[in-house]
Ligand binder design. Sequence first.
Ligand SMILES: NC(=O)c1ccc[n+]([C@@H]2O[C@H](COP(=O)([O-])OP(=O)(O)OC[C@H]3O[C@@H](n4cnc5c(N)ncnc54)[C@H](O)[C@@H]3O)[C@@H](O)[C@H]2O)c1
Ligand SMILES: [Zn+2]
Length: 368
Amino acid sequence: MQADSQTLIHRIDVGLAERSYPIHIGRQLNSELPLLLSNLPQQVCIITNATIAAHYLAPLQAALPSDRTVLVHAIADGEHAKSLTSYAEIMDTLIAAGFNRDCALLALGGGVVGDLAGFVAATYQRGVDFYQFPTTLLAQVDSSVGGKTAVNHPGGKNLIGAFYQPKAVFIYTDCLNTLSSRDFACGLAEVVKYGVIYDAEFFSWLEQNQAQLLARDPETLAYAIKRSCEIKAEIVAADEREQGLRALLNLGHTFGHAIEAEYYHSWRHGEAVAVGTVIAAHYMRLQEQFTESDYQRIVRLLKNLGLPTQAPALDELKWQQRMQRDKKVKSGRMRFILPTRIGHAEMRTITDWSAIWQAISAVTEHTD
Ligand SMILES: NC(=O)c1ccc[n+]([C@@H]2O[C@H](COP(=O)([O-])OP(=O)(O)OC[C@H]3O[C@@H](n4cnc5c(N)ncnc54)[C@H](O)[C@@H]3O)[C@@H](O)[C@H]2O)c1
Ligand SMILES: [Zn+2]
């Protein structure tokens, strides 16, 4: 309905003491935005890329208070743009325009734009105001919440970065209408993850609403995004710097990173996480600590949402090497996030590689 599309549907507060901030979830860049952005400083720089700008730059610019100096800096499209080179180029833009400490950076885009713009905001003049306008589902439910910012280095992903919280996050579900189905599915993998690690009821809701989700029904999307952000916000508020609880968000990621690293041309992060989640659940099932029916529910939901549930063929040694590099490895011991039932997961150290390998092989696609 037209009237509804003009109003904000949800607001969530991320509780981090003096760095607390709101996440606004609405349908489209709307009439309330000028009000919400009325405190913006005089100098504003929007960071985006051409793909996203074609759809959403004009509405965002139109929503900004008209007396502000607004710069637009577009980076290249793709993960390779999350680099020190792009970082330096944005710094050049800001310095050339004489932006001072009292300026604001607005990230309009997916996780690449958000992570990069956030790292620039964290370090330009020792930190300036930062606002996120995430336009991919992954960015809306995951990367725009929690304050991790970074750029990649040829030696690895996200190696250079900082924890830096935005002033506010603005999420619009209509932005997802232009997103490819593959990118959309990748975001859903992270949404399913929240159900598996934290909220059995949400997992059931996802099962019941999968058709509406896939149809990108705005209200269904708004609820899925809201619940995902609430869960992430709760976890981040309890453990901002990943000393414990926050590690749960890495369910499926240790396995997923191995696939992503080996198959970076053909596998997306969310797809690898979906398969990693299946491997983690299968491992627990082999240990008789996870039920067959819960395992089947996870596989079925991921499949129905358009995600892969089988790993590509990969050598045992390659798997082992890749997983040894995971950030959760402490003193050479591999630590995994493992579900004990739908709605609950724990971090466990596993020393028996053969048990892990058994789970990986069982979930690997056999082409012969
Ligand atoms: N900071 C964190 O906590 C965190 C968490 C998860 C992932 N990440 C990072 O996020 C990045 C991945 O983010 P992503 O999946 O959003 O990828 P992305 O930013 O590359 O976006 C995916 C593609 O969709 C395009 N796009 C974006 N919005 C669109 C829209 N509304 N319509 C049409 N096309 C659109 C982009 O141009 C790009 O081609 C990775 O670098 C990852 O490391 C960070
Ligand atoms: Zn992820």
